[in-house]
Ligand binder design. Structure first.
Ligand code: HEC
Length: 287
């Protein structure tokens, strides 16, 4: 009797599952997913390699310094780095005096209060300060950016899939929308006339919605002048600032990798020791 009941319950559940499956299949056939412009025209990040890639990768300090230059001269006009302090730039190979000079010369000053009047004021940054946001708050940031909010970039390479490659592709991804075709040769505005970029946005198929509020920040070669003589092509600037933003998101990346190797080495030695003690303990016994 119990067996029969269990069998019937099983049949009932299997039947329900099959019904559900059938229903899904019928809906998928009757009402196929509507193709969207985002689905057909979104581009995956470009292939780009960095010195810090791979299990033995290390940051290229020269590249990080160039990336800081691009960030400070271009991106810092809109984006803050609230999780990074000026003194952290010592990691990029700067001396204490150089860090002081970078902080002192930073375009956005740090908010403070005038001790005499109690009025809000600003003062030059010192190494202990975080990199200030160029806007007083979100309202001010949106007001200056057509109601879009430039995100803090400290963790952006962790917050997006393929972080550094994504930022690199996004910076180089601005295109003319009229006549834009994807790899299959489909023309965007012919297939989806309603996807035309609204005023105030910019077409960029590497951005999830294809239209981004940020105007093309890197738009000409030699936009910054590198101190080490590297030619500042648009690709070079995009790559350097992407590497720099990888460092801001994970300054201890190299320590993580070397700790991994140390752990691996320890495990190999430990395996050898375990094998030797096994041999010693069982040495006197016949198989
Ligand atoms: C004139 C202001 C401005 C400048 C300069 C600027 N940005 Fe932006 N950025 C924005 C705004 C506004 C957004 C928000 C875009 C949106 O949500 O559509 C944004 C968004 C982003 C995003 C996030 C995209 C995402 O997936 O959400 C990244 C990454 C970024 N900017 C990187 C940079 C870098 C790197 C630079 C310097 C080379 C830079 N930006 C310079 C205004 C700016």
């Amino acid at each position: 009797m119990v067996r029969l009941v269990a069998f019937l319950v099983g049949v009932f559940f299997s039947g329900m599952l099959l019904l559900g499956l059938g229903d899904t299949v019928i809906t998928a056939i009757k009402e196929p997913a509507v193709p969207t412009a985002e689905h057909d025209f979104y581009e995956k990040p470009l292939a780009v390699s960095f010195a810090h890639d791979g299990p033995l990768g290390k940051f290229d300090r020269g590249q990080l310094q160039r990336g800081l230059k691009v960030y400070s001269e271009v991106c810092a006009a809109c984006h803050g780095l609230s999780l990074v302090s000026f003194r952290n730039f010592a990691d990029l190979g700067y001396s204490e005096d150089e860090v002081k000079a970078i902080a002192k010369g930073w375009k956005t000053e740090v908010p403070t209060i005038n001790p005499e009047t109690g009025e809000p004021a600003t003062r030059p940054a010192i190494p202990a300060d975080r990199i200030p946001s160029p806007f007083a708050n979100e309202v001010a940031a949106r007001a200056a950016n057509n109601n879009a909010l430039p995100p803090d970039l400290s963790l952006i390479t962790k917050a997006r899939a393929d972080g550094p490659a994504y930022v690199y592709s996004l910076l180089l991804g601005y295109r003319e929308q009229v006549g834009y075709k994807n790899a299959e040769g489909k023309e965007l505005l012919k297939e989806f006339p309603e996807a035309a970029t609204p005023p105030g946005l910019n077409f960029n198929p590497w951005f999830a919605t294809l239209n981004i509020a940020m105007a093309q920040p890197i738009s000409a070669d030699d936009q910054v002048t590198y101190d080490d003589g590297t030619k500042a092509t648009q690709e070079q600037m995009a790559k350097d600032v992407s590497a720099f933003l990888t460092w801001t998101a994970e300054p201890k990346l190299e320590n993580r990798k070397s700790a991994g190797w140390a752990a691996l080495g320890f495990l190999i030695i430990f395996t050898g020791l375990a094998w030797m003690s096994y041999k010693t303990i069982w040495a006197g016994k016949k198989h």
